[in-house]
Design a protein around this ligand. Structure first.
Ligand SMILES: *[C@@H]1O[C@H](CO)[C@@H](O)[C@H](O)[C@H]1NC(C)=O
Ligand SMILES: *[C@@H]1O[C@H](CO)[C@@H](O)[C@H](O)[C@H]1NC(C)=O
Ligand SMILES: *[C@@H]1O[C@H](CO)[C@@H](O)[C@H](O)[C@H]1NC(C)=O
Ligand SMILES: *[C@@H]1O[C@H](CO)[C@@H](O)[C@H](O)[C@H]1NC(C)=O
Ligand SMILES: *[C@@H]1O[C@H](CO)[C@@H](O)[C@H](O)[C@H]1NC(C)=O
Ligand SMILES: *[C@@H]1O[C@H](CO)[C@@H](O)[C@H](O)[C@H]1NC(C)=O
Ligand SMILES: *[C@@H]1O[C@H](CO)[C@@H](O)[C@H](O)[C@H]1NC(C)=O
Ligand SMILES: *[C@@H]1O[C@H](CO)[C@@H](O)[C@H](O)[C@H]1NC(C)=O
Ligand SMILES: *[C@@H]1O[C@H](CO)[C@@H](O)[C@H](O)[C@H]1NC(C)=O
Ligand SMILES: *[C@@H]1O[C@H](CO)[C@@H](O)[C@H](O)[C@H]1NC(C)=O
Ligand SMILES: *[C@@H]1O[C@H](CO)[C@@H](O)[C@H](O)[C@H]1NC(C)=O
Ligand SMILES: *[C@@H]1O[C@H](CO)[C@@H](O)[C@H](O)[C@H]1NC(C)=O
Length: 787
């Protein structure tokens, strides 16, 4: 066969133009072989460099030969005349067959060859794609093969050095032979030189990570909730519209692990935000609540978390400046739940094939199937509407959200579409405040780093998002508040939630009506509403400057109160049938040099005791920049009337008590809930009727105008007008010619002790005294006896 080949070469040489052009070499020559590139031990070359040195003929691929250099070269004994030819194997299939027969390691199809005819012998470099065969006419002359300057032996050399296989692969300067495999357990990267000399580079898949022992493990799946939007494990996007609790994840036939989430409104009534996350493990034995401000409750008790991991109840809890993470591992299943106050992410591993339920799990279930009923109350489902925010430019927001498709995120293996949809959908309805748009980008970046081996980098500066810092972590707002930014990227504070605030904003008030009680009368203002108006609660006082507001650290309500020990400047007055307690919340007189930098606040309020009904009175507001009306509070008290058959009042007259005629009866009238030091209860009159109605025509007065009936010597008043209790006694009687029923009615009045009108003097006098305000606005109590 070889002979045939050499014949062919000789013929070709003698017939220029037949199959190719033989050219004689000049002394040292560079030859362009781009029409038949040669892959020399895995490296493909399109150029040859030929040198004649004092001893050798050297063919290099990497540049002109340099002794002791690091080139890829063939070194042969020196000769005089050298020719070369580039030819196509198409016309010489027998050459290909000859090679394949002799070199079984050649797997590819031959393409073309480079022939060199050197005086005395001929050799061919035959292109088999990624492989190369070497043919030699003179078996006594076998070249040295240099790779990187080092002598290597071809893979297969057969038929007394007539044939050699120059196939191989190279990676980072290292030579691999076909069939070689090299793997790095640290990176799980495996390099394989295939039988046809193609370098194959494998590593963990895009959703896998190298465990460091050569094993790739699945990176699991991620579900994200940001604001109202949910992107589930399958990449389906959904949006919660109400303020209910939802099941986020439940694994019916899997580990006992459940995640619940709660939504609440923030600046707008019609957009809900993720507000809290609860994890339930091990039946209901363990429940972990992740709340706003980085607060964590374990089975109801607050946990203080720092950078280090706390282990217990089968979970690992940790907190860093970005948020709180709970990790649970249950046999081959692991879940990590992250919450930063506005974004929650569940990262699940080992749940493959398990059916999942909850907002994260099963896109075919409807939202309402995952809503948890709330102790019979359905108010969380109520839908609100708010005026469209005309400052929102939806086009601009969509542009911002589409940053997720850009280069900085391109290495992420997670589909950006659902995240973009969630981002655009939310930001077209809700203003981009409190870093909201960045939170969507952040959530996507975090999903990428959890779920793919290549986390996006360097996207924050382009998107103008600051790194997730301690924003709102460790700021504790009350349930009716949320933490937000005062100015973009600036300080934070607690803002009123929109639905909570709307009832106050509608009436332009800062708080609820006063609570009027004997122990303490108080008026509470809502801290976040005050802050909205720029009012510093610490400069507010009651009429008495020493009575200041107290802020409740939990609810942020600012409460001003007074009681009978410390009236705080309260004016107590009477007005017809009413007793009025009046005070006001006002700005302290801090002005100096005739100016003040505080808004002038004046919130007058009053408590009213009415007989018997309690009326409401409007706030009085002086000239001021804060104007509101808060209705005054009723002072609730109760009146009781009881009858007894003994002076010590231990034997009460009940419905089945038999009362004899002329038996002495003691009647006690008590008021409960009034401040004894300020008001007294006085008996105005008590009368009996034979009918149920107090206005019945037959009336018999026992007490009239505060004094005992002078005609009835059995009536005796025992205590009156000194406190909130009154009593008197009389002897039982019967209406002549009437049924055995006697009804007793009393009319009471409240009076202010300061005014000194409470105690009446009746002793011995038959004179009727007029009692203030007999206008029927008295408390009636009726009793009936069967004599
Ligand atoms: C190559 O060049 C050297 C000197 O430059 C000369 O001696 C030699 O004969 C030349 N060889 C050929 C084949 O031209
Ligand atoms: C080799 O020849 C090809 C085609 O003629 C040409 O495109 C290429 O630039 C040449 N290479 C060099 C290094 O001159
Ligand atoms: C090979 O040939 C080149 C080009 O003529 C020449 O510059 C170089 O010195 C030669 N190398 C040797 C080792 O002779
Ligand atoms: C030649 O290659 C074949 C197939 O790759 C192999 O089985 C054989 O051992 C090789 N022979 C030598 C001498 O390397
Ligand atoms: C394997 O492929 C990766 C990605 O394509 C590349 O970054 C890496 O350098 C390759 N490794 C080797 C040894 O070729
Ligand atoms: C974190 O808290 C744990 C227990 O509460 C404590 O042992 C540990 O020292 C704390 N670590 C730091 C860095 O404060
Ligand atoms: C799970 O709860 C059971 C009792 O309800 C308890 O005995 C067990 O220790 C708990 N397991 C963990 C990991 O907390
Ligand atoms: C996890 O373990 C359970 C039983 O222990 C087995 O049925 C299931 O196939 C495992 N899942 C994976 C992903 O290995
Ligand atoms: C998803 O929910 C639907 C409807 O409730 C149910 O038919 C289906 O089996 C569930 N799929 C999985 C994977 O749990
Ligand atoms: C909305 O934003 C887009 C893109 O930033 C801008 O071209 C357009 O003028 C804006 N529209 C309004 C009404 O500001
Ligand atoms: C009344 O208020 C004062 C001052 O606020 C307080 O010290 C006192 O305990 C209160 N008295 C009652 C009975 O509540
Ligand atoms: C009334 O009470 C007083 C003191 O509690 C007692 O001494 C007296 O005996 C009592 N009178 C009657 C009639 O029970």
């Amino acid at each position: 066969m070889l002979r045939l080949l050499l014949l062919f070469l000789s013929a070709a040489m003698l017939l220029p133009g037949a199959a190719g052009q033989f050219e004689e070499f000049a002394n040292n020559t560079e030859v362009n072989i781009s029409s038949c590139p040669i892959t020399y031990f895995g490296q493909k070359y399109e150029q040859l460099y030929l040198n004649f040195t004092s001893n050798n003929f050297v063919l290099c691929f990497t540049g002109f030969y340099e002794p002791h250099g690091r080139g890829d070269c063939l070194v042969m004994p020196k000769t005089d005349n050298t020719y070369f030819l580039l030819g196509s194997l198409l016309d010489y299939r027998y050459v290909e067959q000859d090679i394949v027969q002799n070199l079984p390691s050649i797997k590819n199809t031959g393409e073309c060859f480079v022939a060199l005819v050197i005086s005395g012998y001929t050799f061919l470099l035959v292109n088999f794609g990624s492989q190369t065969a070497f043919l030699n006419s003179d078996q006594s002359v076998f070249p040295d093969f240099l790779v990187d300057g080092n002598k290597v032996f071809p893979l297969n050399v057969t038929n007394q050095q007539a044939y050699a296989d120059l196939s191989g692969c190279r990676s980072s300067g290292v030579l691999f032979r076909p069939g070689d495999v090299s793997s790095d357990p640290k990176t799980c990267r495996t390099l394989t030189c295939s039988q046809s000399a193609v370098l194959q580079n494998t590593s963990c898949g895009p959703t896998e990570r190298c465990q460091g022992n050569g094993v790739c493990s699945s990176l699991g799946s991620v579900c994200t909730v940001t604001g109202p939007a949910v992107v589930d494990f399958q990449g389906q996007q959904n949006s919660v519209k109400d303020r209910c609790w939802y099941s986020l994840l439940r694994i019916p036939s899997g580990p006992d692990f459940q995640v619940l989430v709660h939504f609440q409104e923030r600046r707008r009534k019609d957009v809900s935000f993720l507000d809290g996350v609860t994890l339930r493990l091990n039946g209901s034995a363990v429940h972990i609540q992740l709340k706003q401000g980085g607060r964590v409750l374990l089975n109801g008790s607050p946990l203080t978390l720092n950078g280090s991991v706390q282990t217990g109840h089968g979970v690992k809890l940790s907190k860093d400046q970005t948020g709180v993470t709970v990790q649970a591992s249950l046999s081959n299943f692991s879940a990590s739940v992250f919450f930063d106050g506005s974004t929650a992410q569940i990262h699940l591993k080992g749940s493959d094939g398990l059916p999942l339920q909850g907002l994260c799990g099963n896109a075919s279930r409807s939202l309402s199937e995952e809503r948890l009923s709330e102790d019979g109350s359905t108010s969380c489902e109520a839908q609100y509407t708010d005026a469209t925010d005309i400052t929102i430019n939806c086009t601009k927001m969509a542009e911002r959200c589409s940053l997720l498709k850009e280069a900085s995120f391109s290495s992420c293996g997670v589909d950006p579409e659902p995240y973009m949809a969630a981002c655009t959908d939310t930001l077209c309805r809700y203003p981009d405040l409190d870093g909201l748009s960045c939170r969507f980008l952040e959530a996507y970046a975090r999903a990428c780093s959890l779920q793919s081996s290549a986390a996006p980098e360097d996207w924050r500066s382009k998107a103008q998002c600051s790194p997730p810092g301690a924003v709102c972590q460790d700021r504790t707002c009350s349930d009716h508040e949320f933490c937000g930014e005062k100015t973009a990227g600036g300080e934070t504070r607690c803002f009123c939630r929109a639905i909570f605030a709307s009832k106050y904003r509608q009436t332009n008030s800062l708080g609820d009506p006063p609570v009027c009680r004997q122990s303490s009368t108080s008026l509470s203002l809502v801290g976040c509403l005050l802050e909205d108006k720029g009012i510093d609660y610490s400069v507010l006082q009651l009429k008495d400057p020493t009575c200041r507001g107290q802020m409740d650290q939990q609810t942020h309500m600012v409460t001003f109160s007074f009681n009978s020990t410390d009236l705080c400047g309260t004016e107590v007055t009477t007005n017809n049938s009413q007793t009025i307690y009046k005070n006001a919340i006002m700005t302290q007189n801090l002005s100096s040099g005739g100016i003040t930098r505080q808004d002038q606040v004046y919130i007058g309020f009053s408590c009213v005791e009415t007989q018997p009904d309690i009326q409401t009175v409007a706030f009085r507001v002086k000239d001021s920049s804060v104007v509101q009306f808060v209705s005054s509070g009723p002072w609730n008290y109760s009146l009781t009337m009881k009858a007894y058959t003994d002076a010590n009042r231990t034997q009460a007259v009940a419905s089945n008590t038999e009362v004899r005629l002329n038996q002495k009866i003691w009647v006690e009238l008590d008021a409960d809930g009034l401040d004894e030091s300020l008001v007294a209860v006085v008996m105005d009159s008590c009368w009996a009727t034979d009918q149920e109605s107090a206005n019945a025509s037959r009336k018999y007065y026992l007490i009239e105008n505060g004094c005992p009936n002078p005609e009835d010597q059995t009536v005796s008043v025992e205590a009156k007008g000194r406190g909130t209790s009154n009593s008197f006694s009389f002897n039982m009687f019967q209406f002549t010619g009437s049924s055995a029923q006697v009804y007793l009615h009393c009319k009471l009045q409240l009076c202010i002790k300061q005014e000194n009108t409470c105690v009446k003097t009746c002793a011995g006098t038959r004179r009727r005294r007029s009692v203030r305000s007999q206008s029927g606005a008295a408390a009636f109590i009726s009793m009936a006896w069967t004599a």
